[in-house]
Ligand binder design. Structure first.
Ligand code: CMC
Length: 392
């Protein structure tokens, strides 16, 4: 009934008007609230960018201090949340744990489920979510090692606190080097928003049913998990390691990616919107060189990645299809240098994307958008009469 436009995968369909992130894929421009990603990655911090995305303006020094203080007041998670970890079998994927735990936060925050929350009440849930997410992510890592969790220490800034909970020990004070904190800030900023991608659209559409913030974000985390989306950062490192073990024959793997009878794709290559280059990949590639040099690490996978990029970018298959390295291509090499295991990469992407998801959820509410409900063109059987099971 009625006229339906078909656009499978929403390649050309705008779902909303948004004032958060501007992206021009033809020329490779990305801006948050009008500020170029290059400037933010260079000069800002993750909490400042989170403030910018969520509230629309760069904070004054006082606003930023208050925001960070508010976050630090909510970093503790309910002790009973820790029991969840005992229920996950060892080796459970961190993304499966993260989506469950963030969903569970709604159940632990019944106040967040009340209909008609005031703007202040909604803001409190936003602060709590940002605060608890970093604690939960680091606890997932600690549990994967079988180590005791480390409680948040509010004298640290957000990123230092996260790194301390992740790599710190109970018995001795460890120093998180400023170079490590800087790298982590940069990575989180670069992942903080990316307009209407798969996980963000998921967050908006789930939220459009008036589902609570935690449920909406938990759904976004599940969408991010897929290897065609955020899961690509894990897949890239696994691919680079495979190439390394295979003797480093990059040409062979490029040929494999071009072979239409082989499902293999070059992970970390290609993007739905960027058809020139991914500006985030440019920044990450440089950061990758800087960090490895500062930490004195010689990583063979970085050499393979660079060679792979060079070979692919001079191959007509990739040139014609406008396939360039995306944000996930080099990020994993930095995460490895910082000490994270591969399985944690997509969880780190989620930690970075959280302010973007929140800003988009908030905007969708402020716009009073109707429930998201795509249509379809029915192509199934038309008229059939029910036949008894015995006569089928
Ligand atoms: N390796 C080999 N061929 C590719 C690749 C690749 N990585 N990406 C696209 N192609 C080919 C594809 O086979 C198709 O060829 P043909 O026209 O001959 O059928 C053509 O390029 C267009 O691909 P598409 O799948 O129609 O493009 P899309 O816009 O639907 O998909 C994508 C975009 C990112 C899912 C895809 O490029 C891909 O699978 N890349 C690898 C996974 C990846 O790195 N994902 C991370 C994306 S960026 C961060 C994020 O979203 O989390």
């Amino acid at each position: 009934s009625g006229y339906v436009t078909l656009d499978i995968g929403y390649k050309n369909t705008g779902a909303t008007k948004s004032a958060i992130t501007f992206l021009d894929g033809e020329v490779g421009i990305l801006k948050y609230r009008g500020y170029p990603i290059e400037q933010l990655a260079e000069k800002s911090t993750f909490t400042e960018v989170a403030y910018l995305l969520i509230y629309g303006e760069l904070p004054t020094a006082e606003q930023l201090k208050d925001f960070e203080l508010e976050i630090s007041r909510h970093t503790l998670v309910h002790e009973d949340m820790k029991k969840f970890f005992d229920g996950f079998p060892s080796g459970s994927h961190p993304m499966g744990q993260l989506s469950s735990l963030i969903g569970a936060l709604a159940a632990f925050n019944p106040a967040s489920l009340k209909p008609g929350l005031s703007a202040e009440e909604v803001n409190l849930e936003i602060i709590k979510l940002i605060a608890k997410m970093s604690t939960i992510v680091s606890w997932i890592y600690k549990k994967s090692l079988g180590h005791p969790v480390i409680y948040p220490q509010n004298r640290f800034d957000y990123v230092t606190n996260f790194m301390h909970m992740t790599f710190g020990q109970r018995t001795e004070e460890i120093t998180i080097e400023p170079v490590v904190v800087d790298a982590m800030n940069k990575l989180l900023i670069l992942h903080a928003d990316h307009e209407q991608n798969c996980s963000t659209s998921t967050v908006r559409i789930v939220g459009s049913s008036d589902a609570n913030l935690y449920a909406s974000i938990s759904a976004g985390i599940s969408a991010l998990w897929g290897p065609l989306h955020g899961g690509a950062n894990q897949a890239v490192i696994e691919m680079l390691q495979q190439i390394k073990e295979d003797g480093g024959d990059v040409d062979k793997w490029v040929a494999k990616a071009k072979d239409k009878n082989d499902p293999f794709r070059l992970m970390g290559f290609g993007h739905r919107v960027y058809k020139n280059f991914d500006p985030r990949a440019k920044i990450i590639k440089k950061a990758c060189d800087d960090i490895l040099e500062k930490l004195g690490i010689n990583d063979e996978t970085l050499e393979i990645a660079k060679k792979l990029e060079e070979v692919a970018l001079s191959d007509p298959y990739f040139v014609e299809r406008k396939l360039y390295p995306n944000v996930d291509f080099y990020s994993g090499i930095i995460y490895t240098a910082l000490g994270f295991p591969t399985e944690m990469f997509t969880v780190l992407f989620a930690l970075g994307r959280l302010p973007g998801w929140i800003a988009q959820w908030k905007e969708m509410k402020a716009n009073k958008e109707p429930i998201g409900r795509p249509r379809q063109i029915y192509v199934g059987a038309v008229d059939r009469d029910y036949t008894d099971i015995k006569s089928r």
